[in-house]
Every structure is written in C-alpha cells, then in structure tokens.
Write a protein that binds this ligand. Sequence first.
Ligand SMILES: NC(=O)c1ccc[n+]([C@@H]2O[C@H](COP(=O)([O-])OP(=O)(O)OC[C@H]3O[C@@H](n4cnc5c(N)ncnc54)[C@H](O)[C@@H]3O)[C@@H](O)[C@H]2O)c1
Length: 426
Amino acid sequence: MSSSKKKIILIGAGMRGRAYTDIAKDVLSDTFEVVAVADPNDASREHVKSKHSLPDNMCFTTWEPLLDMPRIADIAIISTLDRDHIKPSLLAIEKGYNLLLEKPAGATPEECRAIQRAAEKNGVFALVCHVLRYTDFFIALKKIISSGEIGEVRTIQHIEGVGNVHQSHSFVRGNWRNSDESTPMILQKSCHDMDILAWLVGKKCKKVQSFGSLSYFIPRNAPEGAPERCIDGCPKTDCPYNAVKLYYDDKDNSWFRNVSTGLLSPTDEDVERALRTTDYGKCVFKCPNNVVDHQVVNLLFEDDVTVSFSMNAFNKGGRTIKIMGTKGELNATFGDPIIKLYDFLTEKEREINIESGKVDDTIVGGHGGGDTGIMLALRDLILGIPNSSICDIGESCDNHMIAFAAEESRILGTVVDMDEYMSRFD
Ligand SMILES: NC(=O)c1ccc[n+]([C@@H]2O[C@H](COP(=O)([O-])OP(=O)(O)OC[C@H]3O[C@@H](n4cnc5c(N)ncnc54)[C@H](O)[C@@H]3O)[C@@H](O)[C@H]2O)c1
C-alpha cells in the first residue's frame, strides 16, 4: 500500500457507489485506494470487498460503526438513497472527511444548507455528483459560450427526456417513485439540469415558475382486466411496460435484473421471484407512485436571460439543448458528438465534433463520461489541480434551491422569487 494514495471509504455500495469505486480501482488506482465499505446488501458489499481486497473488519453492514471509528481515510463517498444522505454526511464531515456526495445533496433545502455549513465550518470539501459538468459534451458547450462565438446568451431551451422505460423502472416502480419516501422528481432527476443550466448561463437565478403533474402512470389508465402483477397474465399483450418482457425476457438488461432482485448475478428464478414479490413486478398503472411524469420550468436569470426546461417521460430518453445568443445559435444533443453553430453574420452553419465519438449518455453507460469525469475531478480537487467544472458546495446548494423552488411553484401555482426563497434558509 502506497501511503501517498488518497484513501476512500464507501457508504452505500449500490449502483452509484460501485460505479465510482470501480473507477477508482480501474482508472485511478495510482491516486485512490478504497479502504472500507458499508452496505447492508450482501452482494453489493461483497463486490466492493473483493474488488478492493478489503479485510473483514473493514466491511460494515451499515455506516454507523464505520463513522464511529476515528477517521481512517481522506474521502467518504456518500451514495445511499436520497433521504439517507444527511446523517452520514454530517457525521463524516464532523470527523474530518471530505465528501463525494451523491445528488441530491440533501432531501430538503434545510438539509442541503446544513451539509454546506458543516463542510465550510470543518474546512472540508463536499463535491456533489453533478456528473454532467464533467462530460466532454457540457464542457464543450461551456467553452463555446465563454468564447463569445454566439454572443451573449439570451435564452436557452433544454429538454430532459427521461425515457418512457427508465421512468417506469425508477420513477413508477422503483426507489424514486414517491416523493414522500424519496424526493420530488425535479430535485431527484433534474437537479442535474438546474445545475448545468445555471453553470452555462453563469448568472444568478432570479425567478422560477413551474407546471407539471403525474398524468399517465395512474390507475385510471390501467388496461381493462389488468392484474396487479404483469406475471399473472395481462390481457393487454402489447404493453411496453410489461414487467415480464422488461425484466425476465430481456436477459441483457442487467440494470433492471440486478436492481429488481438486489443481486449482482441473478438467475431467472431470482427475477421471477422479484416479479412476484416486489413492486418491479407490478402493473405501472397500479403502483404507489406520486412523482410527476412531465414538468416544465421557466427560469429568469440576471440580465433578463430566460431559460425554459422540460422534463418528461414520453420519449426514448436523452437531453437536447438549444442555446440562443446575440450573434448565433447552438443546437446539440447529449450523446451526439456534433454540435451545430449557426452564425447570424455569415448565415452559415458550422459543426464542431467534440471527438469523443458517440457516447452512451445513460446511467449504465456512465453518463457520457461524467462518472469517470467526476472521479478525475475528485482527484484534481484533493491534489489541488485546477478543474473549471468543479464548484463548491455553496454553488451546488444554490443550484439545488432552483429545483426546490420549482417544486414549490408547481405545487402552489406561484412564481418564486429566488432572493426571497433563499433567504428562508439563511
Ligand atoms: N449522479 C447521478 O447521475 C445519479 C444517478 C442515479 C442515482 N443517483 C443518486 O445516487 C444515490 C444512490 O443511488 P443508487 O442508484 O446507487 O441506489 P442503490 O439503491 O443502488 O444504492 C443505495 C445503497 O445504499 C445502501 N444502504 C441502505 N442503507 C444503508 C446504510 N444504513 N448504510 C450503508 N448503506 C446503506 C443500500 O443497500 C444500497 O446498496 C441516490 O441518492 C440517487 O438519487 C445519482
């Protein structure tokens, strides 16, 4: 073991935690060393244990005993579920750990600010996993804006297509389906977008307005005679959300098969059991979901820059953006290496190829390089290497506030003044 390596403890070895620590081992083993893991799921914990050759006494079934010990590492990765960030984060900060903290940083504005204040007070960093900032794609957009080629940005249209099947898996059947158990969709899924839009605009957000609802994945849209569980035989044979088709028949979808069973190498029998006993087997119109399936947000930034954002389930998935400036227009789709620029003076379009080639922008595809990008940023931050994508926890929390304000606007039907909103959590 080289003593110069930065040590990491992992709290929450689920899909995200394993992604980051796998990268630490596979790509950045000169810099990082994972020294402990906490997770109640045997399969997840064993994966980390074996990947990093951890001794038994450094593998815990929950974070409390790990954080009860004196600090044993430089960084704690906090990748438990949304409502379980706050407690381990505050304790880890108090112990002097720097954090790589999954988004949303906290489940409420108060939690976000509490983590920010604790990090500032204890002189540690909390790098929030806003992975889009670390992709070649969004770094290229930021550089183009900064170059002045399209002039001053006046307005942006941004669409986040969640994807109909992804929506059904995560936000109808899965962990993030109900904001009373998790967090609102605009925070959970789109705090990335609020963050990236604020970063691209580079100005303070002044006002927020939002509309949206859960309108499709609800009981009244259930097919006539549909059973509670697809596996019990649904009369609608052409449903794109049939759980047997998505989880059992599609043997290549390890994401869905792993998550539904809680196992890393499930058999067909394991998947069948999950379809009979967990909500992943339920009809999408009969789940205990309440998060929206479509939501729009209008943002007003300083200097009258306007942004319109649309998040919805009714698409294949992916993000597209149109940035309109005083000298030209930019059109781009995340995952497509070609960015198109139209110049008002020459009336010509030019294409920029961001060279990374076609990237997989999905969660299982590592978010278009963002998962590796944030681990490289973590290295830069801890070694003091400049990295213009990194922001401090204060800026991350300010950008989370835009999402919280959008949810307030959606529920109350108001336009939220951001100065007033922020002042509530000073
Ligand atoms: N940055 C991104 O793009 C992105 C993408 C997806 C999810 N997320 C966020 O990452 C977080 C984790 O999501 P995930 O998909 O990995 O979920 P997950 O369910 O796969 O992982 C959560 C893990 O926490 C573990 N856990 C539960 N109680 C624990 C305890 N007491 N101590 C230690 N571990 C405990 C669970 O067993 C599980 O393995 C969530 O907050 C989610 O919103 C971020």
